[in-house]
Design a protein around this ligand. Structure first.
Ligand code: FES
Ligand code: FES
Length: 152
């Protein structure tokens, strides 16, 4: 199966029903995308497919064949952090960190669609769960990144 992950063509030999999460982690060694619940409830496994936030634990890999997939490893532009990553650092968002790659990918999809989100927009889009309770800092960081402008 032909995939396009973080801008690179990748060929994988997997059952087409395999969840994208396991193809990313096991076949492509992109372990920044995390397993949390496996039932589309927590968002730890969020990646972007054609710009949209997708829960990769319940997405068969066949669905994304030929479409651009972006994982946390592809969010920075070479050595230059994405504005969301910089805002995450500036606001000291992460605690344990486990949910954070999914949070960042969901936030990137949000800014792509809504460059200046309100608190309500953020609350509606960011349905990811965080056991450490970083929600308020996530919100502040998204506002900071939105104010910085630039690449979605
Ligand atoms: S692991 Fe996919 S939503 Fe929880
Ligand atoms: S930072 Fe620990 S689960 Fe979110």
């Amino acid at each position: 199966m032909d995939l396009v992950v973080n801008g690179a063509k990748r060929v994988v030999e997997v059952d087409p029903t395999t969840p994208l999460l396991w193809v990313l982690r096991d076949a492509l060694a992109l372990t920044g995308t995390k397993f949390g619940c496996g039932v589309a409830a927590c968002g730890a496994c969020t990646v972007r497919v054609a710009g949209h936030a997708v829960r990769s634990c319940v997405t068969p890999v066949s669905v994304v064949a030929g479409k651009p997939v972006q994982t946390i490893e592809g969010l920075a532009d070479g050595g230059r952090l994405h504005r969301l990553q910089q805002a995450w650092i500036d606001e000291q968002v992460p605690q344990c960190g486990y949910c954070q790659s999914g949070m960042l990918m969901a936030a990137a999809a949000l800014l792509d669609k809504t460059p200046k989100p309100t608190d309500a927009d953020i609350d509606a889009a960011m349905t990811n769960l965080c056991r450490c309770g970083t929600y308020q800092r996530v919100r502040r960081a998204i506002h900071r990144a939105a104010a910085a402008g630039g690449k979605p």
